[in-house]
Design a protein around this ligand. Structure first.
Ligand SMILES: NC(=O)c1ccc[n+]([C@@H]2O[C@H](COP(=O)([O-])OP(=O)(O)OC[C@H]3O[C@@H](n4cnc5c(N)ncnc54)[C@H](O)[C@@H]3O)[C@@H](O)[C@H]2O)c1
Ligand SMILES: [Fe+2]
Length: 385
């Protein structure tokens, strides 16, 4: 048996108001020329200005690139790379949801390693070199602040590429739940389900290990206890804080284990139909769990206990979890692909390609029950609605 290879950021500043520590953190790590990589929403909202002030007060020379796009594409990286190079940046600070964080990581690798993102796509694992990344999440979802992945869509083929390796792991993160208070309900739900999916998939994965397991189960309990409250009332600070911590813990879990079939099937939906990442996970989660539980009932039963369910046997608990997740998706108003407005003919036409892309990502191979292409197509058919 090979040893689990664990990777973590060297520093995590966690808590309400931690954004103000950014300058000291950057200087402590020995950097002084950060480029902030973010999106136009965070720029307009004033969060970027607060970060820049904190950095400048610590004596940093700061540049800002706020041209990242949701579900970043290879084309969108070009102006960002120019910004990193023009500034002579010694560190890249990602500020935002998973999209700006993944963009920051990609730029940090491209700036030093060169080439294009296709060169870094799984199964290639990139150790380095890369500029150091500091990640500041503003959604409680992707966990990208603690993961050794960047997910970039190839503009030419619309393939959502998983790019793994320690080069993509931030050296530090600032996890400040106050940055998530502005999330609307839909984004709160979608990103929260993404984090829940990370935790469940990390725990049932064939790459699960005792280190990652603890983070996964803790995240499942926390999300189960708070996700409905935070969806109902985005100003619920204790719930926001709990969800933020759980999202980072779920990131630690899957970064050191893996995601599985839900993520494998979700990325092609996002790439071809432009469905938000967490929402496409949510559309798939109950059906994929129903497909998978029989292959690892005791692992799903542990997830069910962490979720707060009780049952007479592992099999009963595993089934109860599928039902509970179905209920959660209904309560969070998760639509089927049909209700979302996706055209049936286009869905059916693309399903074989999406199945092929899902398998190529490697994620389905980590699932307790490993599907073939035909079974993935059947699952796409089942979830359409
Ligand atoms: N690298 C990883 O390990 C990893 C893990 C999971 C997901 N991802 C990727 O992350 C991306 C999704 O990230 P995401 O779901 O965090 O969203 P996102 O970064 O794509 O942002 C979605 C929208 O939310 C807005 N937004 C961000 N923070 C906000 C706030 N505090 N208040 C109001 N609006 C806010 C953004 O401006 C944007 O319009 C996908 O591309 C997915 O593939 C990466
Ligand atoms: Fe995800």
């Amino acid at each position: 048996m090979t040893a689990a290879q664990i990777g973590l950021p060297r520093r995590l500043a966690i808590g309400g108001g931690a954004l103000a520590d950014a300058g000291r953190l950057v200087r402590d790590l020995g950097y002084s020329r950060p480029v902030v990589v973010t999106d136009s929403f965070l720029s307009q909202q004033g969060t970027v200005a607060r970060l820049v002030t904190a950095l400048e007060e610590a004596g940093c020379e700061v540049a800002v690139f706020d041209g990242t796009v949701p579900d970043p594409t290879t084309d969108s990286l070009e102006p960002g790379l120019a910004a990193v190079r023009d500034h002579g940046a010694d560190t890249v600070i990602g500020l935002g949801g998973g999209s700006p964080l993944d963009t920051a990581k990609a730029l940090a690798v491209l700036a030093v390693g060169g080439g294009t993102m296709r060169d870094y796509k799984a199964p290639t694992v990139t150790v380095g070199p890369a500029l150091p990344v500091i990640a500041i999440p503003t959604t409680a979802g992707s966990g990208s602040e603690a993961t050794q992945f960047s997910i970039i869509t190839d503009s030419a083929s619309d393939e959502k590429m998983l790019c793994p390796g320690p080069a993509f792991l931030p050296v530090a993160a600032i996890v400040d739940y106050e940055l998530t208070l502005s999330m609307p309900a839909r984004l709160t739900a979608d990103t929260g389900i993404d984090a829940l999916t990370h935790a469940i998939e990390a725990y049932v994965s064939r790459k699960a290990n005792p280190f990652a397991d603890g983070f996964a189960l803790t995240a499942i309990s926390t999300i189960s206890a708070h996700i409905r409250a935070v969806y109902a009332d985005g100003a619920d600070r204790p719930a926001r804080e709990a969800m933020m911590l759980a999202a980072t813990q779920a990131g630690v879990a899957f970064s050191n284990s893996s995601v599985a079939l839900v993520h494998g099937m979700s990325r092609p939906i996002g790439a071809h139909f432009h469905v938000a990442h967490g929402l496409s996970n949510a559309m798939l989660l109950p059906a994929v769990m129903r497909f998978s539980v029989g292959a690892a009932p005791s692992r799903y039963a542990d997830c069910a206990r962490a979720y707060g369910l009780t049952g007479s046997s592992d099999e009963a608990l595993a089934q109860a979890l599928v039902g509970a997740i179905e209920e959660l998706c209904a309560d969070l108003a998760v639509p089927t692909p049909r209700a979302y407005g996706i055209d049936r003919a286009r869905w059916d036409e693309l399903s074989p390609l999406m199945a092929e892309q899902a398998l190529a990502s490697g994620s389905p191979g980590n699932n307790p029950r490993v599907p073939d292409a035909g079974e993935i197509v059947a699952l796409y058919d089942e979830v359409y609605g």
